[in-house]
Design a protein around this ligand. Structure first.
Ligand code: ZN
Length: 245
């Protein structure tokens, strides 16, 4: 066991045993990691976890094979996100996406930077179009995960997909036709609806994404689709991230 320090964003906290909390943190060095923190609920210590949610914290911890223990969190400025319920929900949504998609110990400096960018935009006082941010966050996350592939042609024989044709998801995020999928291992059936959703995400222009106004109907549709499709993405081979970061 040794003492280490890192910085990161607390994505979620929940009570653990009698007086402790579990903190789910996306760290700069350690990646996505669950920590035990003693006395977080005790306000005398001045680091109530809920007030630190979605803020960048610097902390020290004792590394352990099972559950690393946080021993010190540097004092933070007053947290402003919690004052705005709508913005708080948008930040929670981004956190949930990370927690549902990524496995424990997944490291990625690019995802860390994306969280940093998104949370600071959510906190920005002069930015009006915040409801788009989770959407943009998700598309960027997909792109980091290698999901911006050619979705209209088979990556092996290059034939164009036709409507209602079964296609297959290949390792590293490419898409295969019915014939070619037989030559590859670890392929997964991709329904036409799933393909449509991926296209829908991909067509959004990321460079203009902050300027383009996405209707609230689009956002609603998007959130419903993610809920439905989250299971599908959970099975994506995410260890490719190690090479991307
Ligand atoms: Zn093919």
């Amino acid at each position: 066991m040794r003492n280490l320090s890192d910085s990161g964003f607390i994505l979620k906290s929940k009570p653990f045993q009698e007086n402790d909390s579990l903190l789910f943190i996306f760290c700069q060095e350690q990646g996505l990691k669950t920590f035990k923190a003693s006395g977080v609920k005790n306000s005398k210590k001045g680091w109530k976890a809920n007030f630190l949610l979605f803020s960048e914290i610097k902390f020290e911890f004792i590394a352990s094979f099972n559950l690393s223990k946080i021993i010190k969190i540097e004092k933070q400025k007053k947290f402003t996100l919690s004052n705005d319920f709508k913005v708080f929900n948008l930040a929670s949504f981004c956190s949930e996406v990370i927690l549902k998609i990524l496995p424990e110990n997944q490291k990625s400096i690019r995802i860390f930077s994306l969280l940093k960018e998104t949370f600071s935009l959510l906190k920005a006082k002069d930015l009006i179009n915040k409801k788009n941010l989770p959407f943009i966050f998700f598309i960027k996350l997909l792109s980091i995960l290698g999901l911006c592939c050619d979705l209209s042609h088979c990556c092996s024989c290059h034939q164009k997909f036709i409507k209602d044709q079964n296609v297959f998801w290949k390792y590293h995020g490419e898409v295969l036709c019915q014939n070619c999928q037989k030559n590859f291992n670890n392929v997964q059936l991709l329904s036409f609806l799933q393909l449509k959703i991926l296209n829908f995400w991909q067509k959004k222009d990321l460079s203009k994404s902050l300027l383009v106004s996405i209707s609230s109907d689009d956002i609603k549709k998007f959130i419903i689709l993610i809920d439905q499709e989250m299971k599908f993405f959970t099975h994506h081979p995410l260890h490719t991230l190690q090479f991307l970061s």
